[in-house]
Design a protein around this ligand. Structure first.
Ligand code: G6P
Length: 611
């Protein structure tokens, strides 16, 4: 993944680049670095292991003055996290380059460059590109032409930015398979892996297309070329989200802030999309009605937390829209032979809209004879949104914490909208539609009530801080919620957690249950409750400590070894959304107790734009 930022301006760029990197840290934080052309035309570079703050400290004592620069925050793929492997990479002392993505043919290129006399200072695939551009630059024609010639030789995915001391006030950027946007300023121009990185300086952006190359030069000049090298005119678009995202406000962590934003962002996602007693199909665009009428089944593909949202949607779509649904992780889906029955709708779910596997799955699906594609996504203008036939935007606003929270619950809200829209076309009883619409309207209020239980959940978290394992149980549409609860705990507290459908307990995981294995169960008031209660007895009988999140009407009593947290009553179909919230809070508090880096857990990144 990694984050890229670049600036060609009439003022010092160091501060702009640093702020851009801070905003891109969600993409990785193994190292950070910056290269700036000095007013005298020399290439200066600074790099540091770890987070952007370490680079900042270094720059305080050794600043990099200049009006043209590039910077990078890294998520290690080729080569361990180290200062040598940190970007920007140089070829000689005149050319510097930052890269996000993976160059698949780097080994053969490296051998070729070594025999041409190039020495390598890092273990990265990126350094190969720096030397190749240098080699081409020496052949003449300028930096832009050199980059274009080199791109033709690269296999894999990249977003890159390069500068050369012989061409001051110029940055050449390119994208294929990894995101890159151009920020349009007044007499200045910028590059960033996403608009958020550049909102500090502009709200006007050019979204580069696959294969585009861009040349930023002095006085804000921006020239874009397509993959064939033809000049193209890409529209300048104004970014419409606010810039409130970059601040934690009064919260200790972004994750906590984002958990508490859920009532508001769920309401925003539903806003304008709920009719009096049904969901207007047009919420999905003018072509939705025809497409939904023809849809006989649905395939959902996503990664990580978004995949869990897809698993919940399967229960909903089969129950209310009566269509068969298949849900799969994108990294598996894209590499197998897929049988696509006639009339299948392809649905992708993604917070970022840039996840490499999900994007590749969509591109693969386009060749498979699907009826059409729907993306449920949180980032307007993202690749997934641009490449799908229909889109439904979640309104979570920028999510900074690496562990996804509000993006998940807004995806679920959007998926319920999809269920109701498809259900309506497929003849779902009008009474049921009205009942669910009413329940959706109430949902933000119910989520707020759950948030009021934060103190109680924090108190429960102490039981987990010393544990090494945890087991999450759920049944029906709450099995995916158990999966999501376990994922949250793993991601931020580093406690090994597994989730099982409660009925599977007796087929294996029960062997693990003893007093050292806390068992968390989501037990809403649905038709599977009695069965779940017996599963819980099985745990208790083995001395396992139970933590039950249950509907206030369920009547599960707290007793020794059984902790019960009562949640407000909600329509059973929407319970998965509500029950997600206490599990998020539980993981959060456990992580705080353990002292981990909650917003930027080790080894992970927010947006995975590599395979
Ligand atoms: C990364 C993030 C997860 C996220 C997943 C899919 O692994 O750390 O939180 O669920 O990517 O991301 P997407 O943007 O496609 O929802």
């Amino acid at each position: 993944m990694c984050g890229i930022v670049g600036a060609v301006t009439g003022r010092n760029v160091e501060g702009i680049l640093l702020e851009g990197l801070r905003r891109l840290e969600y993409r990785g934080y193994d190292s950070a670095g910056m290269a700036v052309l000095s007013p005298q035309g020399a290439l200066q570079r600074s790099r540091a292991m770890g987070k952007v703050a370490a680079l900042e400290t270094r720059l305080e004592s050794e600043p990099l003055p200049g009006r043209c620069g590039i910077a990078h925050t890294r998520w290690a793929t080729h080569g361990r996290p180290s200062e040598e492997n940190a970007h920007p990479h140089q070829s000689g002392d005149r050319l510097a380059l930052v890269h996000n993505g993976i160059i698949e043919n780097h080994e053969s290129l490296r051998r070729e460059l070594q025999s041409a006399g190039y020495g390598f200072a890092s273990e990265t695939d990126t350094e190969v590109v720096a030397h190749l551009i240098d080699q081409e630059f020496r052949r003449g024609g300028g930096l832009l032409a050199a980059v274009q010639r080199v791109l033709a030789r690269l296999e894999g995915a990249y977003a890159l930015a390069v500068l050369h001391a012989d061409e001051p006030d110029t940055i050449v950027g390119a994208r294929k398979g990894s995101p890159l946007v151009v920020g349009v300023g007044i007499d200045e121009a910028f590059l960033g892996s996403d608009p958020l990185a550049l909102l500090q300086v502009t709200d006007r952006f050019v979204y580069l297309q696959e294969g585009d190359v861009v040349c930023l030069s002095g006085a804000g000049r921006i020239d874009v070329f397509d993959a064939r090298g033809e000049t193209v005119n890409r529209p300048v678009q104004t970014f419409e989200h606010g810039d409130g995202a970059a601040s934690k406000g009064d919260y200790r962590h972004f994750m906590l802030k984002e958990i508490f934003e859920q009532p508001e962002v769920i309401a925003a996602t539903l806003e304008g999309r709920l009719g009096e007693r049904s969901v207007p199909v047009e919420s999905f665009g003018p072509d939705a009605e025809t497409l939904f009428e023809r849809a006989k089944q649905v395939h959902i593909v996503a990664c990580g937390t978004s995949f869990h949202a897809g698993l919940v949607a399967r229960y909903w779509l089969e129950r209310y829209a009566g269509v068969p649904v298949q849900v799969e992780v994108a990294s598996e889906y894209r590499y197998r032979t897929v049988v696509v029955p006639e009339g299948t709708l392809f649905v992708t779910l993604s917070q970022s809209g840039e996840t490499a596997d999900t994007l590749a799955a969509l591109r693969f699906a386009r060749e498979q004879g699907y009826l059409g594609s729907v993306a449920i996504c949180n980032v307007p203008g993202s690749s997934l949104v641009r490449e799908s036939d229909l889109t439904l935007m979640t309104q979570a606003g920028p999510e900074i914490g690496v562990a996804s929270t509000k993006a998940f619950t807004t995806q679920l809200a959007a998926l319920m909208l999809l269920t109701l829209a498809l259900g309506r076309v497929k003849g779902l009883a009008t009474e049921t539609q009205a009942e669910l619409v009413g329940a959706l309207r109430e949902l933000p209020k119910r989520v707020s009530q759950v948030l009021e239980l934060d103190g109680e959940i924090e108190a429960l978290s102490t039981a987990f801080a010393e544990k090494h394992h945890a087991l999450f149980l759920g049944r029906g549409a709450h099995f995916p919620i158990a999966l999501e609860g376990a994922l949250k705990l793993k991601e931020i507290s580093y406690i090994h957690a597994e989730a099982y459908p409660a009925g599977e307990l007796k087929h294996g995981p029960l062997a693990l249950v003893d007093s050292e294995m806390p068992v968390i169960s989501v037990a809403p008031n649905d038709e599977l409750l009695d069965k779940l209660k017996s599963n819980l007895q099985e745990v208790r009988a083995r001395g396992g400590e139970l933590f039950v999140f249950a509907d206030e009407r369920v009547g599960i009593e707290a007793q020794e070894g059984v902790h019960v947290l009562c949640l407000p009553h909600v329509h059973d179909a929407l319970a998965p959304i509500l029950y997600t919230v206490p599990l998020q809070l539980l993981s959060y508090h456990v992580a705080v107790l353990k002292g981990t880096d909650v917003d930027q857990p080790r080894n992970l990144a927010k947006s995975v734009t590599v395979e």
